[in-house]
Design a protein around this ligand. Structure first.
Ligand code: NDP
Length: 279
């Protein structure tokens, strides 16, 4: 029997953990499938997805910088992907059309609420950054009852634009960093790509409320610059995005295979891999 083929497309893609995660899910749930990582530039995207699905590929994940192109390529979108204007999961349907979804937001929520017992209801939330990831996480946070969401970005116009797209859902506003100086937040989510270059967004002091929680969507083998900042601020919890990565992958896996993998052992295994061996 031919093996069902899946892949992640992105650029760069070299260090992607997705093949490992989906390999572990497949082993755990006994699914006969392969999952590879392919370096695909925006210029090659259209040709490459046509080749992939034309030759029998079943599903794709798309990551930076392809999520918007994947959104355009989908024939049908979930409502959350439609809102986010970004797709990270494509699935071929029985009639040959492409279904596009965005599992980033539910991945973050599952990591926060199920894995770490963090309640979202009534929380004052600050999101740093106004890129694709921010678009994916706003609606699920509002649906969980967040009291307010402030999006702060270097380029404040981008934060305003996104806030306006979600304003019908709840209390969402956008601004630049100086405007948050006198405010306090219960949960600060770093959705900038600053951690990838070891940078810290220009956060004013004392924006984190007492007992506040910080979450960096980025992840690395050692604490990110933002996680270090959160610890210096006395955050009750300072989490990075490894759990979200596994949770968003589990949602994609469910869309493709209709089987829900257990994420806990996979997150544990990934965490063990990044811990330095005890001497
Ligand atoms: P984008 O490139 O779309 O957006 C990047 C954002 O970061 C922009 O708002 C940009 O600001 C801001 N930014 C970049 N550098 C700095 C800096 N030095 N200081 C302040 N702001 C900065 O990226 P994405 O939204 O796609 O991804 C954001 C992060 O989320 C990445 O680290 C990515 O790896 C992570 N991610 C993690 C996931 C997971 O499963 N854990 C899933 C999805 C994303 P400006 O607009 O002013 O340029």
């Amino acid at each position: 029997m031919a093996i069902d083929r899946y892949a992640v497309f992105g650029h760069p893609i070299g260090h992607s953990k997705s093949p490992l995660i989906h390999g572990l899910f497949a082993e755990q749930t006994r699914q006969h499938m392969s999952y590879t990582a392919e370096d695909v530039t925006p210029a090659d995207f259209s040709t490459t997805i046509n080749q992939f699905f034309g030759s029998g590929g079943r599903g794709l994940n798309c990551t930076v910088p392809l999520k918007e192109l994947a959104w355009q390529a989908a024939d049908r979108l979930s409502s959350r992907a439609q809102r986010a204007k970004a797709v990270n999961t494509l699935a071929i349907q029985a009639d040959g059309t492409l279904f596009g979804d965005n599992t980033d937001g539910i991945g973050l929520l599952n990591d926060l609420t199920k894995n770490h017992d963090v309640a979202i209801a009534n929380q004052r939330i600050l999101i740093l950054g106004a890129g694709g990831a921010t678009r994916g996480i706003i609606a699920p946070l509002i649906e969980q009852g967040a009291a307010s969401i402030v999006i702060a970005n270097r380029t404040s116009e981008k934060a305003d634009t996104i806030a306006n797209e979600f304003i019908d859902l709840g209390n969402v506003t956008g601004c630049g960093y100086p405007a948050i100086a006198d405010r306090r937040f219960d949960l600060i989510i770093n959705a900038t790509s600053a951690s990838l270059t070891g940078d810290l967004p220009p956060l004013p002091p004392r924006v984190l409320a007492d007992d506040g929680i910080c979450y960096d969507l980025a992840y690395a083998d050692k604490p990110t610059t933002f996680i270090d900042w959160a610890n210096r601020q006395g955050a009750r919890l300072a989490l990075d995005g490894l759990g979200m990565l596994v949770e968003q992958a589990a949602e994609a896996f469910y869309i493709w295979r209709h089987v829900r993998p257990d994420t806990e052992p996979v997150i544990r295994q990934l965490n063990e891999r990044r811990r330095p061996p005890v001497a």
